[in-house]
Design a protein around this ligand. Structure first.
Ligand SMILES: Nc1nc2c(ncn2[C@@H]2O[C@H](COP(=O)(O)OP(=O)(O)OP(=O)(O)O)[C@@H](O)[C@H]2O)c(=O)[nH]1
Length: 311
């Protein structure tokens, strides 16, 4: 036990993709930072060319909030020149409190209002924008694993479900939980349990992928419970990913301190997970119905012997 120091094996959360990117090509582009609502601090990078902004899934930059039209405004980035134009929105687009009647060039620090959604425009390489983004990400990240936290998962699920309802597109979730995790803590100690959680997060992240628009979102709900949100996915697609997650964790070898009664300092540990998969149906009323459906399948997987996917 004395040879084992979890801090030397611990995975730095910044190795996961969430906290990376401050020095990336992406961070050097100009951006709009959200200043109001649940998304405060979210940084929206503006790509070169023309992008529409609105709450519709058809908008290239999707921003939701009070008074935002489905296709609200358009931003054109041409080298260092950035123009904003209203697209006939119901509640108007404003720069520095002046309502737009035609295209308007944006300058570093400009206050933009689309309906009631406040944003701030930042030019390339703005340290302020990078700081906002870092604070936003830290508020949305679970410190124990480096994955998205419960709050981020719930906000993203609510936003994605609105798109699912409007666009008739499918949406699935995978809920999973480590099997017999209490005995890991009891046998090897709480620090070893924490290590298993972190390492599981890395294994599962490797299967889910780096993320990006339209790709699955992985996060930790709390304790040893995790969730994958899969906008656009049907039940068979989600079931296939769940099976890959199950196999990846079951095939991974964890190295842990042995129990007190064991003379060996380190032992190999195998961990399994149980997974429940559910797809949004028109009979469901809200996000909690979808989560409850996935949880029911997860409990079924536990009941049927663990280390399995139920859907
Ligand atoms: N080390 C560690 N343990 C945690 C953490 N969060 C929750 N746990 C432990 O996870 C265990 C969950 O135990 P149970 O809900 O009884 O389930 P289980 O032992 O995993 O068994 P099944 O879910 O039925 O397979 C509890 O002992 C919690 O203390 C954490 O962040 N770190």
């Amino acid at each position: 036990m004395s040879n084992w120091d979890p801090s030397t094996i611990a995975i730095d959360p910044s190795q996961l993709t969430l906290l990376q990117g401050l020095d990336s090509e992406e961070a050097r582009r100009c951006s709009l930072v959200v200043y109001s609502g649940g998304d405060t601090g979210r940084q929206i990078t503006l790509p070169e060319g023309t992008s529409s902004i609105g709450r519709s899934a058809a908008a290239s930059l999707q921003i939701d909030g009070p008074g935002m039209s489905r296709l609200h405004a358009e931003v054109v980035v041409d080298g260092t020149q950035v123009l904003l134009r209203d697209l006939g929105s119901a509640n108007g687009s404003y720069v520095q409190d002046v309502r737009l009647t035609g295209p308007r060039p944006l300058r570093d620090g400009d206050r933009v209002r689309l309906g009631s959604v406040l944003l701030k425009f930042y030019e390339h390489q703005s340290v302020d924008a990078a700081l906002h983004d870092r604070v936003y990400r830290m508020a949305m990240v679970d410190a124990g694993t480096g994955l998205y936290n419960r709050r981020y998962l719930h906000e993203t699920l609510r936003r994605e479900l609105r798109q699912t309802r409007q666009g008739g597109r499918p949406m699935a979730v995978i809920s999973f939980d480590l099997d017999r995790f209490k005995s890991v803590n009891d046998t090897h100690g709480h620090a070893a349990g924490d290590l298993v959680l972190r390492e599981c997060a890395v294994v599962v992240s490797g299967v889910v992928g780096a993320g990006g628009p339209g790709s699955p979102t992985l996060g930790r709900l709390g304790g040893e419970e995790f969730l994958v949100l899969m906008p656009g996915a049907t039940l068979p697609v989600a079931r296939a990913l769940a099976e890959r997650l199950r196999a990846a964790v079951a095939g991974h070898t964890f190295v842990l301190p042995a129990g007190l009664a064991d003379s060996r300092p380190l032992v190999a540990h195998r961990q399994t997970i149980s997974l429940g998969v559910a797809e949004w149906t028109s009979a469901m009323l809200d996000a909690s119905d979808l989560l409850d459906a996935a949880d029911r399948r997860l409990y079924q997987a536990k009941h049927e012997g663990r280390d399995r996917v139920c859907s």
